[in-house]
Design a binder for this molecule. Structure first.
Ligand SMILES: NC(=O)c1ccc[n+]([C@@H]2O[C@H](COP(=O)([O-])OP(=O)(O)OC[C@H]3O[C@@H](n4cnc5c(N)ncnc54)[C@H](O)[C@@H]3O)[C@@H](O)[C@H]2O)c1
Length: 256
């Protein structure tokens, strides 16, 4: 697919990886529909996409809310008369151990709450289901085929402290294969990206320098990835018409 003149919806497009994807696809001549929470810096993101040479349309949408997701995809088609690419990227973290034991006393001190579990499942799994479903529906109606790129993570293999996140990202990886099988007949390709540790607000927000150094030492290439390196992978999935049904790991060699 040549991205020039195409319509791309990016959920969570106001920050980090989503913003980098919007900018890179925008620079190739695509119109980017940014779907993000109302309090996210969507206008600033739209400006950055326009500065990179693309068109940008911000639409407030919580991916965990069915009506808002339906409206997001409807708006994208109403405004641009097409829908070619959907990047299902919005995501959150609510990390914690399944059961936490106090080292000093040996007694159970905490556990992952149902709220922690549910919030991550709502956004990272149900949100991907809803946005993928509505994108596929609109792409079939438009009749031009398309590309769906769900955002998984290397945590899909099971990461300590991330029961909720790992479960959601494994679900995203398996939905990718199910959708590839269902949607190929409509010329819709589906391929996920599973990033490792990427320098975005999600990761860097509360990171202490010593923790960052410890992390880096576990990454074979010796550094975190950059959002632009994930954007490059998303562009590659769009441009290579034989790619579908895979999860591309972009992690600097980390094996969980
Ligand atoms: N940064 C990493 O190291 C890394 C690694 C693996 C996977 N990922 C995945 O990549 C995606 C992007 O992460 P990021 O690092 O750019 O994070 P980020 O926090 O910089 O950006 C996430 C964006 O999603 C938006 N968002 C959150 N909840 C939303 C909701 N309910 N509806 C709509 N938008 C919502 C936020 O407002 C924000 O703009 C996520 O799915 C994340 O799980 C990130």
């Amino acid at each position: 697919m040549d991205l020039k003149g195409k319509t791309v919806v990016v959920t969570g497009g106001a920050s980090g990886i989503g913003l980098a994807i919007g900018k890179m696809m925008g620079s190739k001549g695509a119109t980017i529909v940014i779907g993000d929470l109302p309090n996210a810096p969507m206008e600033e993101a739209a400006k950055q996409i326009r500065d990179a040479g693309g068109k940008a349309i911000p639409v407030a949408a919580n991916v965990a809310n069915e009506a808002e997701v339906e409206n997001l995809m409807k708006k994208a088609v109403e405004e641009t008369k097409r829908l070619d690419v959907a990047v299902l990227n919005a995501g959150i973290l609510r990390d914690g151990l399944l059961v936490k034991v106090d080292k000093a006393t040996g007694k159970v001190a905490d556990k992952m709450s149902l709220k922690q579990w549910q919030m991550v499942i709502d956004v990272n799994l149900t949100g991907v289901f809803l946005t993928g479903r509505e994108a596929a529906l609109r792409m079939i109606e438009c009749g031009n085929g398309g590309v769906i790129i769900p955002m998984s993570s290397i945590a899909r293999h099971g990461n300590m402290g991330q029961t909720n996140y790992s479960a959601a990202k494994a679900g995203v990886a398996s939905m990718t294969v199910a959708w590839m099988k269902e949607l190929a007949r409509y010329k819709i390709r589906v391929a996920a990206i599973a990033p490792g540790f990427i320098e975005t607000p999600m990761v860097m927000k509360d990171m202490k320098p010593e923790a960052l150094e410890k992390w880096k030492s576990t990454i074979p290439v010796g550094r975190l990835g950059k959002p632009e390196e994930i954007a490059h992978t998303a562009v590659y999935i769009c441009e290579n018409d034989i790619i579908t049904g895979i999860v591309v790991e972009v992690s600097g060699g980390i094996r969980l």
